[in-house]
Design a protein around this ligand. Sequence first.
Ligand code: RUQ
Ligand code: CUA
Length: 639
Amino acid sequence: MWQSCKPKAPTSVAIGDAATRSFVPPGKYDEFYNIVSGGFNGQMAVYGIPSGRLFKILPVFSVFPESGYGYSEETKPMLNTSHGFVPWDDLHHIALSTTKGEHDGRWAFGNANNTPRVARINMKTFRTEEILEIPNSGGNHSSPFITENTEYLVAGTRFSIPMGSNKDVPISSYKENFKGSISFVKIDPKDGHMNIAFQLRTPGFNYDLSRAGKGPSHGWFFFSCYNTEQAYTLLEVNASQKDKDFIMAVNWKKAEEYIAQGKGRVEKAKYAHNIYSDDVHSATSTMQQEVTVLDVTEFPDIVYFIPCPKSPHGCDVDPTGEYIVGSGKLAAMMPVFSFSKIQKAIAAKDYEGDFAGIPVIKYESALHGEVKKPGLGPLHTEFDEKGNAYTSMFVSSEIVKWNVKTLEVLDRVPTYYSIGHLSVPGGPTSKPHGKYVIAYNKITKDRFLPTGPELTQSAQIYDISGDKMQLILDFPTTGEPHYAEAIPASLVAPNSVKIFKLEDNKHPYAAIGEGQAKVVRDGNKVHVSMTAIRSHLTPDNIEGVRMGDEVYFHITNLEQDWDVPHGFAIKGNANAEILVMPGETQTLKFIPDEVGIVPFYCTDFCSALHQEMSGYLRVSPAGSKTPLKFSTGKIEEVN
Ligand code: RUQ
Ligand code: CUA
């Protein structure tokens, strides 16, 4: 039996009645929303904490046939880029908006790692409202990270690449020609709209992760950098030569001053800016043409390097804003830097030299201290409300708890297996909510029933309310989770939108009532303004469509009750379904490919007579004289 092959670990961990702490009784709500990145599925997912229950997959950078995201005419522009329509990406990091460093429940941001973009999700509708492409970026891993009051979202390039006018260069000219870039995206406090305020052009190597300063360090940003060897081949070996890489400290207030003084250089760039509006229930995509650039090597006081051992990955700022934790993936200890010491070192020009003209602060001068022997492969650190830090150890598969001030290791627990990110509710804010740490693991192996070669990814919840961390739940996740953020339900649930008001619907093809349902021919385009209400579609008989036509089904859901979506699908369509929320209009395009009668139906089991919620489209041969007609019950003729 397959059970007999099970390794020891899963059975040997006794969690006793600790599991009851993750139990949320039927009908009761979870305490936290947990917004989890989907990695290579390009989406976010919404779970409850502590139950680990999955509520929703929230489409962001990848098409989602389940809702029609990226398939409906209204949402297609959301995935437009300077490369055209891109149906997929890789989403690693979540950033929840903050005010004065604390969660405010307004927006969630996420990054597209592959085709550089950032997205903003409205936490009232749990929908992607805006996607902004990032130009001059070779991959958007170091992103998105936000400042204390969500003034800026910052996106750093993972790979350096040649930028500007001369891009066709030998790869071996990396040192001369390859540059990094950090984009400062201004967030409009009213509506969250994003615009690139400026980009910093930085030395050519890899930028990995980042955090903004807060409290005393507000106005600063800290980025982990690797491959300061500037290798361009076999990075596995060549980018691990040096003893230390850097944490890059950026004084963004200074950069703002230079921009205000007009010191930025306007450069040509091409990048898409896509915005979804709930008024017209549609997205528009505009192509932006320029970006303002500050080359940090030309300004002496924007950027400083701090040596950080062995290929740093996570770079995390504690809730007080004084301590910055660097995690060298290959280092046997973890350095904790002090913001006030960094300031002193800068004032005293306490430098060990420079890199590409940028001062390198002496390691000892910036250092608060080192966490000795924390574990193997430290990646990411989160914080609780009691002055403790929790670091994920990829290689030794554990979470290590330590005290930020004393640097003393307090506790360690195994994770199953190979933890990447971890998350404490409010962990990156100035006021952590604490209570749990959630591990996001890269490998599950034997934790769940096998499902062929591909196994589920998994997360694990540990209770951290006591001195000792205690495992209380494993829960499988969709995609590959990277970072996640949990936020108290009380900050989000009361604002949740239940319906869209029909009277506010400004979609050009909306039918606000069955009397407005119509079918209009415009050349070879046929626009059907159709309504959906329990339990019929109006019109449900359409004739006069011909081969060679493109049919646009604009479905308006007339319901004004919560939780009554209607769906729409039509036989043989080379497209997905659409799910239409109450009061909303969405459009599915259909190109008939054969003569005959084509059934369509509502895809969401909305009522006892859901199976009756259907209709027929008649498709006639090209050039046929069949008049355009539509009806529900009675016949109405158009033309
Ligand atoms: S990374 S597993 Cu893509 Cu956030 Cu560290
Ligand atoms: Cu509407 Cu089923």
